[in-house]
Structure formats: C-alpha cells, structure tokens
Ligand binder design. Sequence first.
Ligand SMILES: *Cc1c(COP(=O)(O)O)cnc(C)c1O
Length: 391
Amino acid sequence: MTTHIMPTYARQAVTFERGEGAWLWDTDGNRYLDALAGIAVCNLGHAHPAVSTALCQQSQTLIHTSNLYGVKLQADLADALCKLSGMDNVFFCNSGTEANEAAIKLARKYGHEQGINEPLILTMDKSFHGRTMGALSATGNSKVKQGFAPLLPGFVHVPYNDIAAIHSAIQTHPTIVAILVEPIQGEGGVNIPAGDYLNQIRAICDQHNLLMMLDEIQTGIGRTGRFLAYQHNDILPDVCTLAKALGNGVPIGACMAQGKAASILTAGNHGSTFGGNPLACSAAMAVIDTLNNTELVANAAHKGRRICDAISHLNRHNPHIVSIRHKGLMIGIELDAPCGELVGKALQQGLLINVTADSTIRLLPPLVINDTQIDQLTSTLSALIQEHTHQ
Ligand SMILES: *Cc1c(COP(=O)(O)O)cnc(C)c1O
C-alpha cells in the first residue's frame, strides 16, 4: 500500500480511519487508546467539534488570500497568542522546523545588527529542532544529521542542563548571539532539566545581551500543565517557537518574539506563502478558545501525576525502571535497556505509545484523556513493561 511513498518512516502496520477524543479506529474497525496524540499534536483529541466546526465554516468562507493582504484571523490569533504568552508579535508558518528557521534567521540578523558578521547560536546536545537544513544543523543528534553534510555553520552545542558548559562556551565563542533550547527535551528522551535551568539561561542572556530562544514546539499549548512551559519559571524568552498542537492537526507554526527581538525581522526579510492563512488560523483560534474556556491545561498537571503514580505503583518492585518523569502530560518512563519493541506490542493491545532515545517510553496523551482511559492506559502499559522486563 505504501510502495509509492518515499520510505522515510518505519511505519507500524496499522492505518487509522477515524478518531474521537483519545480513541482511534483502524480500517478493520478495531479501537485503540491514543497515548501519543499524533506526537503531541492532537491535544484536544481527535475530531474535536470546536476545531471541526471552525474548519467547516472557514472552508466555506475563505481559505487563502496570501500575506500580501490583511488576514483578520491571523491578526486575531496573534493577539490571542501574545495575550496568553506575554510575547509582542508573531510570524506564522506551517510547521515546527519552519518556526525554528524563522528563529535562526532572526538571531543571525540580530547578530549582524551588532556588527557580528558570523554570529553563532548555542544549542544543546540531544536536542531536536526539525529536519530542514537550518533546524537540522541546530539539532544535537548526530544520527539524524548523518549523510546530510555540509550542514549549516554557526551552531555550538553544549550538554543539556549544564549551566557551567553554557558559561564556558560563551567565554570561548564571543560571537554567540543567542541560545536555542527546549524547556524539556522531547525527542531526546523527555529530559527535564533542573527547576531553575531556564531562569539561569534567562540571566545569562540578559548579562551577555543574547537572545533567549525557546523551542516550545512539543512542550507548548498546554502540554506541561501551563500554556507554555516557560510559564512554570515566571520568565519571558525573547523568542519562542510553536507548532504541533497549535492547530490540533492542521499544519501551522509560529515564531513569537518580544522586546528587542520583536523588531528585527522587517518587510522582505522572511515570508511564507501559506503561513497564517485563514483556514489554519481558524483551527488554531478554536484550539486557543477551547483551552481558554476549559480546565484542560490546569488538569494536565494532575492527569500526568495520576498516570505516573499508577505506573510507578504497579511497577514498585521492578528494578528495570530507571526513572518515571513528567511535567503535566509529557511523560517519560526510562527502562534500563532498549525497549523499542514495546511500541508494536502495545499496538497489538490497542494502545498507542512511543519510545524515544532507545529506552524511554514516551507518553503524550491528548489533554482530554479521562480517568477511565488513564486507568486503561496505566494497567495495559504496566503489564507490558512487566512482561518485557520479565517481572
Ligand atoms: C516536532 C518538533 C520539531 C519539528 O516540528 P515539525 O513540525 O516536525 O517540523 C521541532 N522542535 C521540537 C522540540 C519538536 O518536538
């Protein structure tokens, strides 16, 4: 069936046809519990009526006009995002990697405006920022970069959650103009840094006049129990990128800027034909309205705790569990050995999960997951972990 699809993904042997909330049905009518939400995309669950209604109405009104003209919904969405985030303005694009490309260009121009002709951006080992050449070059994972040299110059990598390494990189490379970092590393293994890591980076950026750029593509839109993960730290970055859950499945990305960063990209500097078109913005507005009018974001904190407490209780005598970590509904369960085969085994039991960094089970359930579904998730997954680790 996929013979004419370029084989860039190792796909599971299942095809979904329909969804509702945290449920998915395959082409044979089997039902699955989705604890991945299309990789942190469908935070409101599948076929959410607010999003479907907005898309239906907007598609019958106006889909696209280009950014050569005013786009009302884009302006409304930018207002709503700035109100929720504390940022000043927004550039809209169509994916996460594109949002990071905008951030990279913004940082470089910021450097050039200070007379730095070859500005550097500091990024982290084990980071993931996307697949296009700039974002790929920023990414700190040699596996995904393998075969694609020459990469874009201008990135310096240091270990994650290591403030001393940032200080010493800044000493060694005086042309660093920005720090690009994920509040929690997603693809890198659900790595949660020290509680004050972002605060310390904010202080370093202030001290050295660097742009603090947060990649909230996976952590944003309520995933961690706040609208944005940096809101746990009471700071504002200079630049913040969004995508994934912003459109609940409709492609849309955003690069938000604040303060001095908000006036760097000007007419002619950057663009996107599709970026922020009425259709995509209507979906994102429905997402924002729904999050504003429900307790979904606040509830993500205790739902995540309920999942982690249950899994840790059911596995309390299992020595193969290295750690269970979470912030809201961004959850990592690290085992002491590779466990990629659990993805297929869970699928056979009607459960969608992911394994990242070889040995970390990653759960990113939709924020709408309910207590009954949480109990099904934790009991199925615990049994699978016990079987896998021969407990
Ligand atoms: C998924 C992801 C990206 C890339 O987003 P795409 O929409 O796939 O381009 C970038 N950064 C982070 C942190 C991500 O999780």
